[in-house]
Each structure stands twice: as structure tokens, then as C-alpha cells.
Design a binder for this molecule. Structure first.
Ligand code: PLP
Length: 355
């Protein structure tokens, strides 16, 4: 076994997915499983598919590439880079867009590759990240209709990402109206009207999503069993499907205040210390280049995190009743940001199990 490792309980994640897929189905809502928090890990994509998501979605093309052999529509959910147009047409069936010149580049590539590339037009409804303004919809769709190798598959909104704006029947009602407008104005049917991410879960569970919404893009809710508008756990889902395990490399009684003149630490910060006397301190083999200490929490609540440098995380084991030795493993729970960082570290292994 190698450490540090992220331990992933496949069955718990699958159970979360099945639970939310079923809730969605009752209201005519299909799910895109967003894999970016696992850096597009293939094993996770398989679990998502077995759980019943209808699309695999990721923000990075490199991740979607790994899913090439999977028989399921793949969606690029970050606004495309023009410079990647060729590969996007090759590896993504659908991309989410907000720039006409980029859609034009995708059209050109699709023509070259003799394909139809589907797009979802992102609409800005208050959160101020990606999307076109509602007043510009007609001008944009007029243009999109002219591109022979582009198909307008749908529209979508993203909320609670930059601005923290919470989805509501009001802003999602706007999305519904826009869908109605496009369908009647252009005599087309939009296959996807995507009403957001894990922050739309409370509306889903309360049956409060406008009728026209038929899609949600979920990452956090599937993996952590948590909605992201208020940070509430989802009743019926597992919140502990992923955890982190690290190994103790040093264990000693030491002072809690450094000796000598205090300058900068390795990250240019001036540290401050509280005198707690002599403490039992452990160094575990993980550091700031793998994860930020604020995104992980020791599973044993009697253990506290003292601090971290690039490759060392220092823990206080003085208060725990568990006997730890050098070579022992310490477990942590983690949040979305923690998993995101750990997934991109080459030094952290992923271990799948079903307890
Ligand atoms: C990351 C992302 C999602 C998924 O968000 P979660 O909060 O993990 O459900 C959905 N849509 C877009 C555009 C994203 O960037």
C-alpha cells in the first residue's frame, strides 16, 4: 500500500447517484455526472455511469479524452478555448459556449471532421461567471442558426460559483422563459435546459424546479452527499464516501513555540504561536503541494492540525486516547476543495473499495 491515498467507497458514491437519479427521473430531470473533482478518473466515470447519469461532464478536455471509449455523451462544461477547437470536436459531443467567435471555430472544425457538434448556450442570470446576457439572446441564436455543423442542443445557467447566487424559482423561471422564447422563435426543440449544479438540489428535492428544466450537472452532491447552496447534507445520501489516509513519519514531544528569532516561514508568511507547553507532535507525509490544511479534518476529533509546509503536515496528538506510532496511518475527512487538490497531485494515490 502506498500513502498518502484518497480512499473512495464506490458503493456509497453509486448509492448517492442512484438516489439523485431517481429523484430527478420523477421530475423529468436527467443528470450530467461532473467528474472534474476526480481529475477525470476513469474508475469514477464508470461508477457514475453505473449509477445512472446520462452524460459525463468535465471542465477539462484532458479529462474527457480519457472517456473516449465510454458509450455515453461527453460534455465540456468550461467555455472552450479556441485553440482547442479541433480536439473539442473530436472528444466532446457537446460543449457549453458563450462566445460566437469560438462557436464559429467549432463549426469550422466540425465541418473538417464531418461532424455535427452540439452546443449548450450559457445564459448569465446573476452569478456573473460565464454566459451571455438575456438581452443578447436573439443576436446570438440568429448567428448560431447559420452555422451548418453546429446544433443548438440546449441552454444552461451556472449559479453559486462565483457570485454565490442561489438558484430560485425566479432565476430558473427566467431560464424557462428563455427556452420558451427560443423554441417558439426558431421553431426548434431544445433537448437540454440545464438548471445548474449541486446548488440546485434543494429545489429538486422540494419539487420546485420550473417544469421546463430537464437537466442538472452534479459533482459535489454525488460524491459528498451535500448540496452547495447552503452546505446542507442530503438526507438519504452518504457524506463520507471519500477520505484521506496519510502516514506518520515522525512522532515526538516538542515545545509549541519555536526557539529563536521568528522570521518568515517557507511560504513568506509570518507565523504566530500559542504557548501550550510541550505537546506530542506528529509529522505526516503530505503537504501544501498536495492539499491545503483548511480543506481536510482529522477523523479523530481529538487530533488537531498545527501547521503545514510543502511536504509536511504537523499534527497535535496530545489529546487523543488512540496510541499512534511511526508508520501508523491517520485518517481525514475532506471537502470538495480538498478532493479537487488531492486529485491533481501526482503524489496522492486513489484507492477504490466498497466497505
Ligand atoms: C463544476 C461545475 C458543475 C458541477 O458543480 P457541483 O457543484 O460539483 O455540482 C456544473 N456546471 C459547471 C459549469 C461547472 O463548472
Amino acid at each position: 500500500m502506498t500513502y498518502p491515498r484518497v480512499v473512495i467507497d464506490s458503493e456509497k458514491i453509486k448509492s448517492n447517484i442512484k438516489f439523485l437519479v431517481e429523484k430527478g427521473e420523477k421530475q423529468g430531470i436527467q443528470l450530467m455526472g461532473v467528474t472534474k473533482v476526480f481529475s477525470g478518473e476513469k474508475e469514477i466515470a464508470k461508477i457514475f455511469m453505473e449509477g445512472g447519469v446520462k452524460y459525463l461532464a468535465d471542465s477539462r478536455l484532458e479529462n474527457l479524452k480519457k472517456f473516449e471509449d465510454f458509450d455515453i455523451p461527453k460534455v465540456l462544461i468550461r467555455i472552450p478555448m479556441k485553440s482547442q477547437a479541433k480536439e473539442i470536436v473530436k472528444y466532446a459531443d457537446i460543449s457549453m459556449n458563450s462566445e460566437i467567435s469560438t462557436i464559429e471555430a467549432l463549426n469550422k472544425e466540425a465541418k473538417n471532421q464531418e461532424k455535427i457538434h452540439k452546443i449548450i448556450l450559457m445564459i448569465e442570470l446573476g452569478d456573473l461567471r460565464e454566459g451571455i446576457l438575456p438581452k443578447d439572446i436573439k443576436a446570438h441564436v440568429d448567428q448560431i442558426m447559420k452555422f451548418e455543423n453546429i446544433e443548438l442542443e440546449g441552454i444552461a445557467v451556472n449559479l453559486t460559483c462565483y457570485g454565490g447566487v442561489i438558484p430560485s424559482p425566479t432565476n430558473l423561471g427566467e431560464l424557462e422563459k428563455i427556452a420558451d422564447f427560443i423554441e417558439s422563435e426558431y421553431k426548434i426543440q431544445l433537448n437540454i435546459v440545464s438548471g445548474g449544479n449541486s446548488s440546485s438540489i434543494e429545489l429538486l428535492l422540494a419539487n420546485d424546479l420550473p417544469k421546463k428544466i430537464n437537466n442538472l450537472r452534479l459533482g459535489e452532491a454525488l460524491v459528498f452527499g451535500r448540496e452547495s447552496a447552503y452546505g446542507n447534507d442530503i438526507e438519504g445520501c452518504f457524506t463520507d464516501a471519500v477520505s484521506l489516509e496519510v502516514e506518520i513519519v515522525e512522532l515526538k514531544e516538542k515545545d509549541s513555540i519555536p526557539t529563536g528569532e521568528i522570521g518568515m516561514n517557507a511560504f513568506g508568511e509570518k507565523p504566530v504561536f500559542e504557548d501550550l507547553g510541550v505537546r506530542k507532535r506528529a509529522i505526516v507525509a503530505i503537504g501544501r503541494q498536495d492539499v491545503d490544511q483548511d480543506n481536510i479534518r482529522p477523523s479523530d476529533s481529538k487530533i488537531s492540525i498545527i501547521g503545514a509546509s510543502s511536504d509536511h503536515l504537523i499534527l497535535d496528538l496530545s489529546d487523543t486516547s488512540t496510541e499512534y506510532n511511526v508508520g501508523d496511518i491517520v485518517k481525514f475527512s475532506l471537502d470538495y476543495g480538498g478532493l479537487l487538490q488531492l486529485s491533481t497531485s501526482n503524489y496522492v494515490k486513489k484507492h477504490f473499495c466498497s466497505k
